[in-house]
Design a protein around this ligand. Structure first.
Ligand code: ZN
Length: 584
């Protein structure tokens, strides 16, 4: 067994998949295994399975799957070696030397950007507190931030200069291209020399969950445009999947997060004693961000501006959180437009009371139903009834539904039965279309309508199915690898991807007594790992006998000998019939 394989095997044993996954999602036991709501797509019925015997996971909804390393790569957006280091640290293991230099170019590029960001953040902070230009410091002091808060967030000031940061980075050995790669500088068409991207702005560093500085937000001090300039997409920064101040909020023992609109709101609320506060990075909340929050909180308090744009954003956020099963409440501030202003005017204690008494999202949505409707006219009342029923039909819990329906009926003087019948009708329709959608997801995954990972499979459906069945068969019988390889040598495989998987499996199985699919994780991408675990997950339903295995070999040999590329497809039903007829 190669040294790397030994280490990967030990690493995987030291990090049981259920333990690692349960720090991100809630696992529910089913027999020896677990299911959970998939962290990689939005769903109401859990379709992500965790298999203890193979230490793997697979989602029948979106096809995500793999071993514990793949899981960490995917959920934390890491390279293979980064995930290995993370898991080694978690288990208190030392990564052996011969594993260290295997980083591909991307991991190195990311390290260089983290390093540049760290230098930039230090530079901006020094300019803020020690620089000649005090405008930045005055801005923060006017906003009543303390020196401790400024330090905690590493706030800074980018001087009004075209080259001060880029010169510093160049002096430390970073190339102009790297500076532009990190989005700290731009390259002009006239010269190849990078110039500073952020100028004359107060700076807010954005830190990820592991403490790396991944980007910056910069705000102007005057009225020039744009008011906020944020780091654009870089290899380390994806604004749709990160949140400002989540590095602090994740440590809060409360399973509750306050969601604000801007950096200054977050910092003001944090300074007032609330660690559990975050903001999106200059965009509306995304489903990825809602999912990230759902790993740390059961409840979100949305604290957006009271203007029309803020209210619209609130409605969208409620939907995203409902999709991932997080309860929402809405903060209604009288006498202030945002939390920053509220705390300054009325103090932290009043803000705490506000949070404890915040309205729930359902009341917010129901109250909005009467907007722009003349509720005294019959047409208006019909419209109102429809809107109310639509909102109420989103409630999952029957008791809650009862409470809100009777309260709403009373408030608008509708007969309870009429409103209830309307709501029930709508929820039934929704449930049906939801079921259809989830079923459709599952069937597209398994019927190879289109296959990005194994493009040959579309042309050779029957063969690809046979190959996948052989791979599944092998995965369950790593001890018999040698005899399986003799019956079904890799060269009878028709599709390239499946042949690659099969050869890699045989190779790993023959060179080690301890096989685990983790040994494939550095050779195959996370999406490919999903596909491989999917083959294994499907076999659990079908249970492949030696006879089926031999039939599959025959399918491949026939295809080779006739040398005709078959477009004959085999449907799921055919396959199931085949299995059933051969059983026993
Ligand atoms: Zn999924």
């Amino acid at each position: 067994m190669a040294r790397n394989d030994e280490f990967i095997f030990a690493l995987r044993n030291a990090n049981p998949i259920d333990q690692v996954m349960s720090s991100y999602v809630q696992l529910k036991r089913t027999g020896r295994n677990y299911v959970c709501s998939c962290p990689f797509h939005s769903e109401k019925t859990p379709s992500c399975n965790v298999f203890m015997d193979t230490q793997s996971f697979y989602c029948f909804g979106c096809g995500a799957g793999g071993d514990v390393i793949t899981f960490v790569m995917k959920i934390e957006n890491l390279t293979f070696m980064e995930a290995v280091r993370e898991l080694a640290q978690r288990a208190g293991m030392e990564v052996p030397d011969n594993n260290r230099d295997q980083d591909n170019g991307l991991a190195q590029r990311k390290q260089r950007i983290y390093e540049m960001n760290r230098i930039a953040a230090n530079f901006y902070y020094t300019c803020l507190v020690k620089g000649d230009n005090k405008a930045g410091l005055k801005y923060f002091y006017d906003r009543k931030l303390t020196p401790q808060t400024i330090k905690k967030y590493g706030l800074g000031f980018a001087p009004d200069s075209w080259y001060s940061l880029s010169d510093l980075l160049r002096s430390k050995g970073f190339s102009d291209k790297e500076i532009a790669d990190a989005w700290l500088g731009g390259l002009s068409s006239k010269s190849d020399k990078a110039y500073d991207m952020f100028r004359n702005r107060v700076m807010f560093p954005i830190v990820d969950l592991r403490g790396n500085i991944i980007g910056f937000g910069g705000r102007v001090l005057d009225d020039s445009k744009p008011k906020y300039l944020n780091t654009s997409a870089t290899p380390v920064f994806d604004k749709g999947n990160n949140l400002f101040s989540m590095n602090f909020a994740k440590n809060s023992p409360l399973k509750r997060i306050i969601l604000c609109e801007g950096y200054m709101d977050v910092i003001a609320v944090n300074q007032a004693g609330f660690e559990n506060v975050v903001a999106t990075l200059g965009t509306a909340i995304t489903s990825g961000q809602a999912r990230l929050i759902s790993h740390y909180a059961d409840e979100v308090i949305i604290s957006y501006d009271s203007d029309a744009a803020g209210q619209n954003a609130t409605r969208k956020a409620i939907q995203h959180f409902a999709d991932v099963g997080v309860d929402t409440r809405i903060l209604r501030m009288e006498g202030a437009k945002d939390p920053d202003e509220f705390i300054k005017k009325f103090g932290a204690d009043r803000f705490r009371m506000l949070i404890d008494g915040s309205d729930d999202a359902m009341l917010f949505m129901l109250d909005r139903c009467e907007n722009d409707i003349d509720i005294s006219s019959p047409a208006g009342r019909t419209k109102l009834l429809n809107r109310l029923a639509e909102v109420l039909s989103g409630i999952q819990n029957p008791l809650e539904l009862e409470v809100y329906t009777s309260r709403t009926a009373k408030k608008y003087d509708f007969p309870y039965d009429v409103l209830k019948a309307h709501v029930d009708n709508l929820s039934n329709k929704k449930r049906l279309s939801q079921n259809n959608k989830e079923w459709k997801n599952i069937t597209t995954q398994t019927t190879l309508v289109r296959d990005d990972i194994n493009p040959d499979a579309v042309k050779h459906k029957k063969e690809a199915r046979a190959e996948e069945t052989i791979i599944s068969y092998l995965l369950r019988r790593s001890g018999e690898a040698a005899s399986i390889a003799q019956d079904a040598p890799p060269d009878i495989f028709v599709t390239d991807f499946n042949r690659r998987v099969y050869s890699a499996l045989l190779d790993k199985m023959s060179s080690s007594d301890n096989f685990s699919i983790s040994l494939l994780a550095d050779e195959f991408s996370v999406d490919e790992m999903g596909k491989i675990t999917g083959m294994d997950a499907r076999e659990r339903e079908l249970s492949i006998t030696p006879q089926v295995f031999r039939d599959c070999i025959a399918v491949l040999r026939n295809s080779r000998s006739s040398n005709a590329s078959s477009d004959g497809s085999i449907s799921d039903d055919d396959l199931r019939n085949l299995f059933n007829s051969k059983k026993g």
